[in-house]
Design a protein around this ligand. Structure first.
Ligand code: ADP
Length: 225
Protein backbone atom coordinates (compact mmCIF):
# COMPACT_ATOMS: atom_id res chain seq x y z
CA UNK A 1 0.00 0.00 0.00
CA UNK A 2 1.41 3.38 -1.00
CA UNK A 3 1.95 6.04 1.61
CA UNK A 4 2.59 9.78 1.64
CA UNK A 5 4.58 10.97 4.65
CA UNK A 6 5.17 14.68 5.21
CA UNK A 7 7.50 15.24 8.14
CA UNK A 8 8.15 18.57 9.77
CA UNK A 9 8.13 20.48 6.50
CA UNK A 10 9.33 24.08 6.71
CA UNK A 11 9.11 26.33 3.66
CA UNK A 12 10.64 29.78 3.61
CA UNK A 13 10.95 32.27 0.79
CA UNK A 14 13.78 34.80 0.69
CA UNK A 15 13.00 38.48 1.28
CA UNK A 16 15.20 41.55 0.73
CA UNK A 17 16.30 41.07 4.35
CA UNK A 18 18.33 37.83 4.27
CA UNK A 19 18.05 37.33 8.02
CA UNK A 20 14.24 37.50 7.89
CA UNK A 21 12.87 35.10 5.26
CA UNK A 22 9.13 34.71 4.78
CA UNK A 23 8.15 31.52 6.63
CA UNK A 24 5.09 30.05 4.89
CA UNK A 25 5.11 26.54 6.39
CA UNK A 26 6.37 26.21 9.93
CA UNK A 27 6.81 22.46 10.45
CA UNK A 28 3.93 20.58 8.86
CA UNK A 29 3.51 16.81 9.30
CA UNK A 30 0.85 14.49 7.94
CA UNK A 31 0.37 10.95 6.65
CA UNK A 32 -1.91 9.46 4.04
CA UNK A 33 -2.41 5.93 2.63
CA UNK A 34 -3.78 4.59 -0.66
CA UNK A 35 -7.54 4.95 -0.80
CA UNK A 36 -7.56 7.85 1.69
CA UNK A 37 -8.52 11.42 0.96
CA UNK A 38 -7.86 14.69 2.73
CA UNK A 39 -9.12 18.26 2.44
CA UNK A 40 -6.79 21.15 3.28
CA UNK A 41 -8.67 24.26 4.31
CA UNK A 42 -7.43 27.65 5.44
CA UNK A 43 -7.60 31.33 4.61
CA UNK A 44 -6.02 32.74 1.49
CA UNK A 45 -2.26 33.09 1.94
CA UNK A 46 -2.06 30.45 4.69
CA UNK A 47 0.24 28.24 2.59
CA UNK A 48 -2.18 25.66 1.16
CA UNK A 49 -0.86 25.80 -2.40
CA UNK A 50 2.70 25.86 -1.14
CA UNK A 51 2.07 22.68 0.87
CA UNK A 52 0.43 21.03 -2.14
CA UNK A 53 3.40 21.94 -4.33
CA UNK A 54 5.85 20.52 -1.79
CA UNK A 55 3.80 17.28 -1.54
CA UNK A 56 3.77 17.08 -5.33
CA UNK A 57 7.51 17.49 -5.77
CA UNK A 58 7.07 20.84 -7.53
CA UNK A 59 8.76 22.88 -4.83
CA UNK A 60 11.47 21.64 -2.42
CA UNK A 61 10.99 22.28 1.30
CA UNK A 62 13.53 24.44 3.13
CA UNK A 63 13.75 21.62 5.69
CA UNK A 64 11.81 18.50 6.57
CA UNK A 65 11.04 15.56 4.29
CA UNK A 66 8.42 14.23 1.93
CA UNK A 67 8.25 10.50 1.22
CA UNK A 68 5.94 9.14 -1.44
CA UNK A 69 5.68 5.40 -1.93
CA UNK A 70 9.00 4.97 -0.12
CA UNK A 71 10.85 7.58 -2.21
CA UNK A 72 12.14 11.02 -1.28
CA UNK A 73 11.44 12.95 -4.49
CA UNK A 74 13.82 15.76 -3.54
CA UNK A 75 16.76 13.35 -3.41
CA UNK A 76 16.34 12.73 -7.14
CA UNK A 77 18.07 14.62 -9.95
CA UNK A 78 15.92 17.15 -11.78
CA UNK A 79 15.36 14.75 -14.69
CA UNK A 80 14.51 11.83 -12.40
CA UNK A 81 12.17 14.07 -10.40
CA UNK A 82 10.28 15.13 -13.55
CA UNK A 83 9.86 11.45 -14.47
CA UNK A 84 8.82 10.55 -10.89
CA UNK A 85 6.17 13.30 -10.81
CA UNK A 86 4.85 12.38 -14.23
CA UNK A 87 4.50 8.71 -13.24
CA UNK A 88 3.29 8.98 -9.67
CA UNK A 89 1.43 12.22 -9.19
CA UNK A 90 -1.64 13.64 -10.91
CA UNK A 91 -2.25 17.39 -10.64
CA UNK A 92 -5.57 19.14 -11.07
CA UNK A 93 -5.54 22.94 -11.04
CA UNK A 94 -8.36 25.45 -10.71
CA UNK A 95 -7.74 26.85 -14.18
CA UNK A 96 -7.29 23.32 -15.61
CA UNK A 97 -4.10 24.18 -17.64
CA UNK A 98 -5.39 22.51 -20.79
CA UNK A 99 -3.65 23.34 -24.07
CA UNK A 100 -6.13 25.23 -26.28
CA UNK A 101 -4.81 23.90 -29.59
CA UNK A 102 -5.19 20.23 -28.56
CA UNK A 103 -8.35 18.10 -28.57
CA UNK A 104 -9.75 16.54 -25.39
CA UNK A 105 -8.11 13.22 -26.26
CA UNK A 106 -4.73 14.86 -26.98
CA UNK A 107 -4.90 16.86 -23.74
CA UNK A 108 -5.53 13.70 -21.72
CA UNK A 109 -2.59 12.02 -23.47
CA UNK A 110 -0.28 15.00 -22.93
CA UNK A 111 1.56 13.59 -19.85
CA UNK A 112 2.42 10.48 -21.87
CA UNK A 113 3.98 12.45 -24.73
CA UNK A 114 6.82 13.61 -22.47
CA UNK A 115 7.89 9.95 -22.41
CA UNK A 116 7.58 9.13 -26.11
CA UNK A 117 4.51 8.57 -28.24
CA UNK A 118 1.68 6.81 -26.40
CA UNK A 119 1.07 3.15 -27.26
CA UNK A 120 -2.31 1.58 -28.00
CA UNK A 121 -3.02 0.70 -24.36
CA UNK A 122 -2.41 4.29 -23.20
CA UNK A 123 -4.67 5.59 -25.96
CA UNK A 124 -7.33 3.12 -24.84
CA UNK A 125 -6.92 4.22 -21.21
CA UNK A 126 -7.32 7.86 -22.28
CA UNK A 127 -10.56 7.02 -24.12
CA UNK A 128 -11.82 5.03 -21.10
CA UNK A 129 -11.05 7.90 -18.72
CA UNK A 130 -12.78 10.41 -20.99
CA UNK A 131 -15.81 8.15 -21.01
CA UNK A 132 -15.69 7.80 -17.22
CA UNK A 133 -15.70 11.59 -16.79
CA UNK A 134 -18.74 11.74 -19.06
CA UNK A 135 -17.18 13.28 -22.17
CA UNK A 136 -17.15 10.43 -24.69
CA UNK A 137 -19.03 12.61 -27.20
CA UNK A 138 -16.38 15.35 -26.85
CA UNK A 139 -13.16 13.42 -27.66
CA UNK A 140 -12.21 15.64 -30.62
CA UNK A 141 -13.42 18.96 -29.23
CA UNK A 142 -11.01 21.67 -28.12
CA UNK A 143 -11.10 23.33 -24.68
CA UNK A 144 -12.74 26.52 -26.05
CA UNK A 145 -15.70 24.39 -27.14
CA UNK A 146 -16.29 23.06 -23.62
CA UNK A 147 -17.94 24.53 -20.51
CA UNK A 148 -15.88 25.22 -17.35
CA UNK A 149 -17.15 22.04 -15.70
CA UNK A 150 -16.30 19.99 -18.78
CA UNK A 151 -12.78 21.43 -18.92
CA UNK A 152 -12.27 20.50 -15.28
CA UNK A 153 -13.42 16.95 -16.12
CA UNK A 154 -10.76 16.75 -18.84
CA UNK A 155 -8.18 17.88 -16.27
CA UNK A 156 -9.31 15.07 -13.95
CA UNK A 157 -8.98 12.48 -16.74
CA UNK A 158 -5.53 13.81 -17.66
CA UNK A 159 -4.34 13.64 -14.05
CA UNK A 160 -5.24 9.94 -13.94
CA UNK A 161 -3.64 8.81 -17.21
CA UNK A 162 -0.60 7.20 -15.54
CA UNK A 163 -2.49 5.58 -12.60
CA UNK A 164 -0.88 8.00 -10.10
CA UNK A 165 -0.48 6.95 -6.47
CA UNK A 166 -1.24 10.52 -5.44
CA UNK A 167 -3.82 12.88 -6.87
CA UNK A 168 -3.46 16.56 -5.90
CA UNK A 169 -6.18 19.12 -6.60
CA UNK A 170 -5.80 22.86 -6.00
CA UNK A 171 -9.23 24.55 -5.75
CA UNK A 172 -10.69 22.18 -8.37
CA UNK A 173 -14.15 23.72 -8.02
CA UNK A 174 -13.03 27.32 -7.51
CA UNK A 175 -14.33 28.54 -10.90
CA UNK A 176 -17.53 26.50 -10.96
CA UNK A 177 -21.14 27.10 -9.95
CA UNK A 178 -22.56 25.01 -7.14
CA UNK A 179 -24.10 22.26 -9.25
CA UNK A 180 -20.94 21.74 -11.29
CA UNK A 181 -18.79 21.98 -8.16
CA UNK A 182 -20.75 19.17 -6.50
CA UNK A 183 -20.54 17.08 -9.66
CA UNK A 184 -16.75 17.52 -9.87
CA UNK A 185 -16.40 16.65 -6.16
CA UNK A 186 -18.43 13.46 -6.65
CA UNK A 187 -16.47 12.54 -9.77
CA UNK A 188 -13.12 13.05 -8.03
CA UNK A 189 -14.16 10.83 -5.14
CA UNK A 190 -15.62 8.13 -7.38
CA UNK A 191 -12.47 7.92 -9.50
CA UNK A 192 -10.21 8.08 -6.46
CA UNK A 193 -12.04 5.07 -5.02
CA UNK A 194 -11.98 3.11 -8.28
CA UNK A 195 -8.28 3.81 -8.80
CA UNK A 196 -7.41 3.38 -5.10
CA UNK A 197 -5.18 6.48 -5.11
CA UNK A 198 -4.58 9.03 -2.39
CA UNK A 199 -6.36 12.33 -2.94
CA UNK A 200 -5.47 15.70 -1.41
CA UNK A 201 -7.73 18.65 -2.18
CA UNK A 202 -6.94 22.26 -1.31
CA UNK A 203 -10.19 24.19 -1.14
CA UNK A 204 -12.05 27.16 0.26
CA UNK A 205 -15.30 25.27 -0.15
CA UNK A 206 -16.71 23.73 3.02
CA UNK A 207 -19.14 21.79 0.85
CA UNK A 208 -16.31 20.11 -1.02
CA UNK A 209 -14.37 19.52 2.22
CA UNK A 210 -17.49 17.88 3.70
CA UNK A 211 -17.44 15.30 0.92
CA UNK A 212 -13.93 14.15 1.88
CA UNK A 213 -13.24 11.84 4.78
CA UNK A 214 -10.50 13.84 6.54
CA UNK A 215 -9.75 17.51 6.83
CA UNK A 216 -7.01 19.67 8.24
CA UNK A 217 -6.76 23.42 8.43
CA UNK A 218 -3.68 25.54 7.81
CA UNK A 219 -3.32 28.56 10.04
CA UNK A 220 -0.20 30.70 9.94
CA UNK A 221 1.76 27.86 8.36
CA UNK A 222 0.76 25.23 10.94
CA UNK A 223 -1.86 22.49 10.78
CA UNK A 224 -4.79 22.58 13.15
CA UNK A 225 -7.21 19.62 13.05
P1 ADP B 1 -2.77 29.78 -0.18
O1 ADP B 1 -2.72 28.69 -1.19
O2 ADP B 1 -3.21 29.30 1.17
O3 ADP B 1 -3.58 30.98 -0.62
P2 ADP B 1 0.01 30.16 -0.85
O4 ADP B 1 0.67 28.87 -0.53
O5 ADP B 1 -0.29 30.44 -2.28
O6 ADP B 1 -1.29 30.32 0.05
O7 ADP B 1 0.93 31.35 -0.34
C1 ADP B 1 1.32 31.49 1.02
C2 ADP B 1 2.26 32.67 1.17
O8 ADP B 1 3.48 32.42 0.51
C3 ADP B 1 1.72 33.97 0.58
O9 ADP B 1 2.04 35.02 1.48
C4 ADP B 1 2.47 34.11 -0.71
O10 ADP B 1 2.64 35.46 -1.07
C5 ADP B 1 3.80 33.46 -0.38
N1 ADP B 1 4.45 32.87 -1.57
C6 ADP B 1 3.98 31.86 -2.33
N2 ADP B 1 4.85 31.55 -3.31
C7 ADP B 1 5.91 32.40 -3.18
C8 ADP B 1 7.13 32.59 -3.89
N3 ADP B 1 7.46 31.82 -4.94
N4 ADP B 1 7.98 33.56 -3.46
C9 ADP B 1 7.65 34.31 -2.39
N5 ADP B 1 6.52 34.19 -1.67
C10 ADP B 1 5.65 33.24 -2.05
Amino acid sequence: MAELIVENVVKEYPTPTPAAPLRVLGGVSLKLHSGENLAILGPSGSGKSTLLHVMGGLDAPTSGTVTLDGQNPFALSEKELAHFRNRNIGFIFQDHHLLPQLTVLENVLLPTIAEGSPDASLKQRARDLIERVGLSERMTHRPAELSGGERERVAVARALIHNPVLLLADEPTGNLDRKNATAIGELLLELQKQENTMLVVVTHSLELADMLSRRVELEDGALVN
